[in-house]
Design a protein around this ligand. Structure first.
Ligand SMILES: NC(=O)c1ccc[n+]([C@@H]2O[C@H](COP(=O)([O-])OP(=O)(O)OC[C@H]3O[C@@H](n4cnc5c(N)ncnc54)[C@H](OP(=O)(O)O)[C@@H]3O)[C@@H](O)[C@H]2O)c1
Length: 319
């Protein structure tokens, strides 16, 4: 089996690399990691040619234009990478009867819903980034409407952290430098570990023999259990960092809650990013997955994974 992972230098791309390296049962599998140097995803002709020269059975698109505020002034680039590129990957997948795993975002919603978003809820992105990701979702789905070959999953996720720049690392860095932090406490969502997201994705796609599973094509919300705010996440990260002996100037009680309106940014964010994962959990429970980690246990709580992440950062002297 040939696997292509786009976005090799991003948080999720690196998580897939770590995961595949650990899956020793995956024999006869060749994984190719693709970064900007191998293929510029903003160049549709280059991407089409790259795919035509591949023999991929599984395409994992962990790449994206993720600079949410910058996208407000770089719409063409954001749409090229977040909408046109996944469309081309989907076309290859449908043409060759392959499998496509793609990622989207809570930012396709406007956050006005009370409660947890379902996969089919009306989208109303507030930002250029959100619009480009929503256009990517539409483009992928459209390719498969009239196709009898191939399958796809779009995992909508939120607040991703892994090996790379992210909110948790920014907070820990600032807490080392400053006596007090002011963090938004009225935007709700779920922090998601890139490692966990990669694992969940492969649970859907691979069977116990390491072969491709058949699964219902469509969109799946993929976030851990629970919910918090940016402020709640910052407090949690700082608390664990202190327990680990990290020298912080700003202790949790010096992390003050503010409202989003007090922290203006170019791209508006949804106030509510909570997404129900019932659909993914029930499909995984019924699937012939490569192991039973997810089965029957529900998804783990975000706080458990953030604790582990901060502990690892502290132990490695990072952040
Ligand atoms: N991060 C979040 O909080 C978050 C939240 C919700 C959803 N998501 C979604 O989750 C997925 C993974 O996100 P992530 O956090 O892993 O993103 P990330 O760390 O920003 O990585 C994105 C990768 O895409 C690559 N890329 C961007 N433009 C490219 C281009 N023109 N050609 C080739 N490669 C290009 C980047 O390459 P370079 O390294 O060379 O720049 C980078 O390695 C994305 O679909 C994202 O939209 C993320």
């Amino acid at each position: 089996m040939q696997i292509l992972v786009f976005g090799k230098d991003g948080q999720l791309g690196k998580a897939f690399k770590g995961l595949f390296d650990s899956l020793t049962f995956l024999q006869k599998v060749e994984v190719q990691y693709v970064g900007r140097g191998q293929c510029d995803l903003a160049n549709s002709a280059a991407l089409t040619e790259f795919l035509d020269q591949s023999n991929a059975d599984l395409i994992i698109n962990a790449s994206a234009y993720t600079a949410v505020d910058k996208a407000e002034t770089e719409a063409d680039l954001a749409f090229a990478v977040n909408a046109r590129a996944p469309e081309i990957m989907a076309q290859y997948t449908a043409k060759h009867g392959a499998t496509f795993l793609h990622y989207s975002t809570d930012y396709v919603f406007d956050g006005e819903k009370y409660g947890f978003y379902l996969e089919d809820d009306v989208r109303n992105p507030l930002s250029v980034y959100g619009k480009s990701k929503a256009a990517g979702e539409d483009a992928v789905a459209r390719v498969f409407v009239n196709s009898i070959a191939g399958q796809y999953a779009i995992f909508r996720t939120s607040w991703v952290y892994g090996d790379g720049g992210n909110f948790i690392r920014t907070i820990l860095r600032l807490a080392k430098e400053r006596e007090e932090l002011k963090i938004i406490a009225d935007q709700y969502g779920v922090p998601t570990s890139a490692d966990w997201l990669a694992k969940v994705s492969l649970h859907l796609a691979l069977n116990p023999q390491g072969e491709l599973n058949a699964f219902p094509s469509g969109t799946y919300h993929a976030v851990p259990d629970g919910e918090t705010t940016w402020h709640g996440l910052a407090i949690c990260a700082a608390r664990v960092a202190l327990e680990m002996g990290m020298g912080l100037k700003a202790h949790p009680d010096a992390i003050k809650a503010i409202q989003a309106v007090e922290y203006p940014v170019s791209a508006p964010r949804p106030m509510n990013s909570r997404m129900s994962t019932d659909k993914l959990q029930s499909v995984l429970a019924a699937s012939n997955s490569y192991n039973d980690l997810v089965k029957g246990q529900g998804f783990p709580h975000w706080e458990i994974m953030v604790r582990e992440y901060v502990q690892k950062l502290a132990a490695a002297g990072l952040a």
